[in-house]
Design a protein around this ligand. Structure first.
Ligand SMILES: Nc1ncnc2c1ncn2[C@@H]1O[C@H](COP(=O)(O)OP(=O)(O)OP(=O)(O)O)[C@@H](O)[C@H]1O
Ligand code: SF4
Ligand SMILES: [Mg+2]
Length: 397
């Protein structure tokens, strides 16, 4: 049986209200920065604007179109979740932001504007100004990346010396403070990595990511290797740091309940493209894109009615030669002839959600204007169980 409303999200999870980070709050957050904005920053520019990003990998057979026209923004103090099946391009998107791509990876189009500065095309040397100082990443299992023969405190002090030119004593003192901030007591700061638990090592990696006071921290499955209790502690820590330090967070995880609990907005990716994006509450309680519906339906709901979890049959497409129209078409139960031929454009709705699917050829923003002079109703979508009103369908002929 399918529970109505939010098929996959545990109802015990408190889904945050929609983000309301206005200019005043953004300015207040920027005012708390430890370092000045980069010299090239455009005053008043949004924190991060990614437009039509195309990151491909070169193989002997051709280009793997891992990220293919992805756009999104991130406001000061906001948390954005990236969701989607394995191999849909989440990590590649994250690595593109800081240009830490494997050697066969290349950004072939689009822009990544940080404070209005386009990072695409910047030299390796120029990127050093932004990497870790403005955007840092915590990877899955990052704790295993700690050097086993160097004290944790000294490893955290290192970026402070090399990136910010701090003296040895100042950087060490700051490292101890950072460890304290993430819940590792001062007296443990001279421990070697093997003397700390997995959770503590992951905290140490978060301290390292925070060392240069970045505006954005990306967590790429930062808790996947940890047990659920430690996972909850790490997520709580990230949430506290976001609140206290005014950090913006990009969180990548397969666990939708973590996204629901931690993030303001969610971006659902499929085969290198954005399927749906919007406030987390809207997207998870009333998913519009057939792929989002499947994804949410495949996630267990601890508090809802007992139901059989949905399975997304088939495989994501080969990104060396993706299907010409909608990349989800071979697996979509709503596929129409147009879907196999034309890439669906993104449409925006008045509740802040955008969807790339031919089921929604127009947004409801236009329909608000049309409501002044109502027109005859159009057939409703055959998508049972959708909690919120979905925009009328106009199936192509
Ligand atoms: N170095 C590479 N060379 C060729 N293809 C690559 C390379 N790295 C990643 N890919 C391909 O790019 C696509 C996106 O991979 P990516 O790691 O970004 O996915 P993901 O969404 O992070 O997956 P997961 O959830 O499993 O971590 C996949 O098809 C992957 O096989
Ligand atoms: S565009 Fe067509 S195939 Fe793609 S998700 Fe929408 S209905 Fe399905
Ligand atoms: Mg990944």
């Amino acid at each position: 049986m399918t529970s109505a409303g939010s098929p996959g999200i545990p109802e015990a999870v408190a889904i945050p209200e929609e983000a309301t980070i206005g200019p005043a709050r953004a300015a207040e957050i920027r005012g708390r920065r430890q370092w000045p904005l980069p010299k090239l920053a455009v005053p008043g520019a949004p924190l991060l604007e990614v437009r039509d990003l195309k990151t491909h990998f070169k193989l002997p057979q051709g280009w793997v179109k891992a990220v293919d026209g992805v756009s999104f923004g991130l406001a000061d103090g906001e948390a954005l979740g990236l969701a989607g099946e394995s191999a849909c391009g989440k990590t590649t998107t994250a690595l593109s932001l800081v240009q830490l791509l494997p050697s066969n990876g290349k950004i072939r189009g689009g822009s990544v504007e940080l404070f209005g500065i386009d990072l695409v095309g910047k030299s390796e040397r120029a990127m050093e100004r932004y990497r870790w100082r403005e955007i840092s990443i915590v990877f899955q299992g990052a704790m295993n990346a700690l050097n086993p023969v160097i004290r944790v405190r000294d490893q955290i002090a290192e970026p402070l010396r090399y990136r910010l030119g701090q003296s040895e004593s100042v950087s060490r003192a700051r490292a101890v403070e950072l460890l304290d901030l993430v819940g590792i007591p001062k007296k443990r700061s001279d421990a070697y990595p093997h003397e700390l638990s997995g959770g503590m090592r992951q905290r140490a990696m978060i301290a390292m990511a925070l060392a240069c006071d970045p505006a954005i921290v990306i967590g790429d499955e930062p808790t996947t290797a940890l047990d659920v209790m430690v996972q909850a502690q790490i997520l709580e820590l990230l949430e506290r740091l976001r609140r206290d330090l005014g950090l913006s967070l990009i969180l990548i995880t397969h666990d939708l309940s973590v996204l629901a609990e931690t993030c303001d907005r969610v971006l659902v990716m499929y085969a290198g493209k954005v399927a749906e994006e919007g406030p987390v509450r809207r997207v998870f309680t009333a998913p519009r894109h057939p792929y989002t519906r499947k994804l949410v339906g495949s996630f267990p709901n601890l508090r809802g009615d007992r139901r059989t979890l949905e399975v997304i049959t088939g495989q994501p497409p080969d990104l060396l030669a993706p299907p010409p129209g909608c990349r989800f078409a071979p697996r979509c139960e709503f596929a129409m002839p147009v879907c196999t031929e034309v890439v669906p454009p993104e449409v925006r709705f008045s509740d802040g959600v955008r969807v790339a699917c031919h089921l929604y050829p127009t947004s409801d923003i236009a329909e608000v204007a049309a409501a002044v002079a109502p027109s005859p109703p159009v057939a409703a979508p055959a998508m049972p169980g959708t909690a919120a009103p979905t925009p009328p369908l106009q199936p192509p002929t």
